[in-house]
Design a protein around this ligand. Sequence first.
Ligand code: NDP
Ligand code: 8X3
Length: 251
Amino acid sequence: MPVALITGATSGFGRATARRFAEAGWSVIITGRRTERLDDLKQELGDKAAVHAVTLDVRDAEAVSKAVADLPSEFRPVTCLVNNAGLALAPEPAQKVALKDWHTMIDTNVTGLVNVTHAVLPSLIETGKGASIVNLGSVAGHWPYPGGHVYGATKAFVEQFGYNLRCDLLGTGVRVTDVAPGMAETEFTLVRTKGDQEASDKLYSGTTPLQAEDIAEQIYYVATLPDHININRLEIMPTRQAWSPFNIDRD
Ligand code: NDP
Ligand code: 8X3
């Protein structure tokens, strides 16, 4: 059975992606910091697929490397790595944001993603043809907007890191894709606003945001294309989201 390793599988895109791969009969390695949620998901998916759950903070390089080294033999080698764990904090203007919040985004979205990629690469190369890395970028990594500051910059890193990986992985068969969603209704805004349920509900109300399952379907799609096809970047927005005109400062 092919094996998918999914970071941030306790919520949103990651959980929906674990469900999608498990439904298709893949073995899934689910990771995240919230053990109870991992246990629930493991129980839910247990009838459909082999599931290995590991409580893991992607910022901890040593723990990441140990978790990968300790994978049971039936979960090796890894066929698809879904680098999904990530977060935005502090939607206020840059000049009002605590430095700690910037560091947390960099540590999670950049350092964490690099930690996991470095640890799993040998396994993906062992799989060779048909293997893939699917990184969760964002429209925020490509298009600037107020309050995007470090979050958008971390996602720009994700995009460029993926392209550069492709250059080095040429000939190994391992594919790399930047899946870059726009507004999607998950726990993302609850985390970004540090628990403000009202702000989260307000953002998604009266419109039709993407749902976690929409993105899971795209991740599954890019990972299961014929092995000679590499989608470099897949940007997905709700039909009801688009760009605004440039802002002008006037006297
Ligand atoms: P959620 O908040 O619903 O899920 C985020 C997941 O990341 C959780 O499972 C969380 O697990 C995990 N996570 C966060 N920090 C860490 C950490 N240090 N170590 C391990 N896991 C961690 O948000 P989404 O599903 O929306 O977000 C998933 C990805 O998609 C993120 O990278 C996000 O930036 C990106 N994205 C989201 C968009 C949106 O509008 N929702 C749009 C574009 C991109 P736990 O807390 O248990 O560790
Ligand atoms: C987050 C997407 O549209 O909130 O990655 O910036 S958006």
